[in-house]
Ligand binder design. Sequence first.
Ligand code: NAP
Length: 393
Amino acid sequence: MSAKRLGLTVLGATGSVGASTLDVAARHPGRFEVVALTAHRAAEPLLALCRKHRPRYAVLAGCAPDSALERRFAEAQCELLFGAQALERAAADPACGAVMAAIVGAAGLAPTLAAAAAGKRVLLANKEALVLAGALFMRAARDAGAELLPIDSEHNAVFQCLGRAPLEAVKRVVLTASGGPFRATPLENLAAVTPEQACAHPNWVMGRKISVDSATMMNKGLEVIEARWLFELEAERIEVLIHPQSIVHSLVEYVDGSVIAQMSNPDMRVPIAHALGFPARIDSGARALDLGSVGQLSFERPDLRRFPCLGLARAALREGGTAPALLNAANEVAVEAFLAGRLRFTAIAHVIESVLDAVPSSDAPDLATVFAADARARRVAAERVAREMGEAA
Ligand SMILES: NC(=O)c1ccc[n+]([C@@H]2O[C@H](COP(=O)([O-])OP(=O)(O)OC[C@H]3O[C@@H](n4cnc5c(N)ncnc54)[C@H](OP(=O)(O)O)[C@@H]3O)[C@@H](O)[C@H]2O)c1
């Protein structure tokens, strides 16, 4: 008799991580059954995925009920649900054992938390859940017995390097960063870079928001905050090194001087397959790493004048409470404005800094406080974007 298949729900199925997840799952039809797929508004791409992966149902979180669309999904033998509430139901559905949390941004917090509170195996790509509400999220996961498996390649690497080692044995972890497309661009040229240039990442193919975050290195700042909660490490024990080849995904240094690193070609299917199969190892489809062809691996310390967002994220982590939520909200507004051609690249950091200066942080005892801080930061950030545009005109 064959073993029972693991029910898998993919939140953010139409995105870059969603596509990689479905690619890995489809390589192992005897192991995984797709229960639900979700998107924000991308109805046609979601329908195409439903035809291919045959989930029991699908969710369009950002759309009002639409009977014509429902009929088209029904023709593909798939029920279609609408609205953000349906995301949380899908995340907690007893039919799924594992939830891939791959929605981009703060919108991922509530459904990812719902999966954790329902005691699922949570494959955590949505780092924003821990940035906004790290303490609350980790407590909910612990109380419900959820299993958190990191998908960010750096955190997945740390997870693999840590094994069962006790935290006292760890001297520090080093998160690597590619440095993005502007690692060597003269500083005076950064103000004029375009969204297309910012999204042309040298090593990874990713969604547009995280691509811009990689170019500013805010992505690494958010990852430092994520690592603080995921591995219960103080900020001082989390370092960042630029490693332009993106082969070493992170390192763990132990008190005895040993340093363990995890390596692979830069392909998100590697950490995804690790988490989907854990503790087994399953085929990811990624190309084998040939270090003889790679030749050289290099490392350098990040320059905070080039990457001020990294410094802002560290400052928000030190401040604690709602400060990381304020940082994240301001960054989301600024990146959206940059992608829409309404803000200069270098003004992203100005907007975030002025929001952190203007909006006081507080303790974050519950989600309502976190969401209120997020909303206030978004309002102030929108004003700052308008002011920057006025000054640039
Ligand atoms: N891409 C990577 O290689 C990578 C690596 C590590 C970590 N991550 C993290 O993984 C997450 C996803 O990144 P990505 O690059 O895959 O993003 P992406 O390609 O932009 O995809 C985002 C997904 O989230 C959905 N979505 C967007 N806004 C939503 C909302 N308000 N409510 C519900 N669903 C919404 C989108 O649906 P529509 O298609 O309908 O808009 C899409 O399915 C992010 O937190 C990112 O930091 C990504």
